[in-house]
Design a protein around this ligand. Structure first.
Ligand code: CP3
Length: 340
């Protein structure tokens, strides 16, 4: 088993910098499209053999140092009582707007309501046993609440922000319930065999630092504190956190995920040596010629400056039209240029 990824999460020395890509399973891979053409996205998430197959594809094709469970951050929200569809972005038919809506949400029984997620993890642990560790994941409470309140993606997230300011009791009740669900969901993933957990807060950066501190931090902090984390590193990725790293750090976790809007070295100086970092190549660099990809990989490695506790990744998910050979090249460059 290649332990480079887990070692780096704990800040231990490694032979080469470990690398994986956020959203590494998906539409840019013809192998994924072949499986995906036989069913809908939700059916794929709910069929453990197929979900496991597409999880492993990027491990074999790209040569990355970790696998990430194939599912979606919104999978456990559906059994809370919300009607979910992907078109391809997520859409909820019945968004949350009132206290009555929040009260009607139930906390799923993970073994009964999302058995397919736990079964996929068990299959993957067997199939990855001699390969790489498996990352489980969930959305941060705020990013989940963003979709639950808006009902779909948004440019400005004005509906949830309005709730935050104009109906803070409804917002708080929703966040409490989502946090409790999230904690039980991620602990169920750990129990099933996930070896690390990544928390995606894709929309945390749409708030001012002071609103992040008031309206998001307490919930993510409670979530991370409530995880059964012994031997399980937690990666906390907040997109747009570059101007509030000192605040986001207070949520806890072992690894801070960084997007490409910050310099990785400067971010490490602010975060301090007790947390590892993950990131942070601009995903669009994967459209560049091979020599430019190599130059940019080297720049990110140089920004880290040989400090322990760096996991190479993109600053956000890989884009669906990236040529797979460019992602393969990026992984090869990280391993070659960081070799001790
Ligand atoms: O390879 C992996 O990283 C594991 C699988 C994974 C998916 N979604 C599969 C997916 C992960 C980790 C996610 C997380 C996720 N989902 C996030 C957080 C990370 C991020 O990118 O910010 C968010 C915000 C979502 C919600 C979501 N799901 C959106 C906005 C979309 C539509 C846009 C898009 O990228 O397609 C999805 C659909 C989705 N989730 C697909 C996949 C492979 C595409 C569905 C398809 O095959 O048609």
């Amino acid at each position: 088993m290649n332990t480079r990824f887990l070692d780096a999460c704990w800040g231990k020395p490694v032979d080469r910098t470990p690398v994986w890509l956020m959203r590494q399973a998906g539409r840019y891979l013809p192998d994924y499209m072949r499986v995906r053409s036989t069913c809908t996205f939700l059916e794929l998430c709910k069929t453990p053999e197929l979900a496991a197959e597409v999880t492993i594809q990027p491990v074999d094709i790209l040569g990355v140092d970790a696998a990430i469970l194939f599912s979606d951050i919104l999978t456990p929200v559906e059994p809370m009582g919300m009607k979910l569809d992907f078109v391809p972005g997520p859409v909820f038919e019945n968004p949350i707007r009132t206290m009555a809506d929040v009260e009607a949400l139930r906390i799923p029984q993970m073994e009964e309501d999302v058995p397919y997620v736990l079964e996929t993890i068990k299959i993957l642990r067997r199939e990855l046993a001699t390969k790489v560790p498996l990352i489980g994941f969930g959305g941060a409470p705020f990013t989940l609440a963003c979709y639950m309140v808006e009902g779909k993606g948004s440019k400005d997230w004005a509906t949830i922000k309005k709730m935050m300011y104009a109906a803070p009791d409804v917002y708080a009740a929703l966040m409490e319930k989502v946090t409790t669900m999230d904690m039980e969901y991620l602990n169920a993933q750990i129990k099933a065999g996930a070896q690390a957990i990544q928390i995606f807060d894709t929309w945390g950066g749409v708030l001012s630092p002071v609103d992040y501190e008031r309206f998001v931090l307490p919930y993510t902090q409670r979530l991370i504190n409530g995880l059964n984390r012994e031997n399980i590193p937690v990666i906390h990725f907040v997109k747009g956190a570059g101007t509030m790293l000192d605040i986001v750090k207070q949520a806890g976790g072992n690894v801070m995920g960084l997007d490409w809007h910050c310099n990785l070295g400067t971010a490490r100086d602010i975060i301090g040596p007790e947390m590892a970092v993950q990131g942070n190549l601009d995903p669009t660099v994967l459209y560049a010629p091979k020599d430019v990809i190599e130059r940019e990989v080297k720049r990110v490695l140089d920004e880290n400056g040989g400090r322990p506790g760096h996991i190479f990744n993109l600053g956000h998910g890989i884009l669906p039209t990236v040529p797979p050979e460019n992602a393969i090249h990026m992984v090869e460059c990280v391993h070659r240029l960081s070799q001790k």
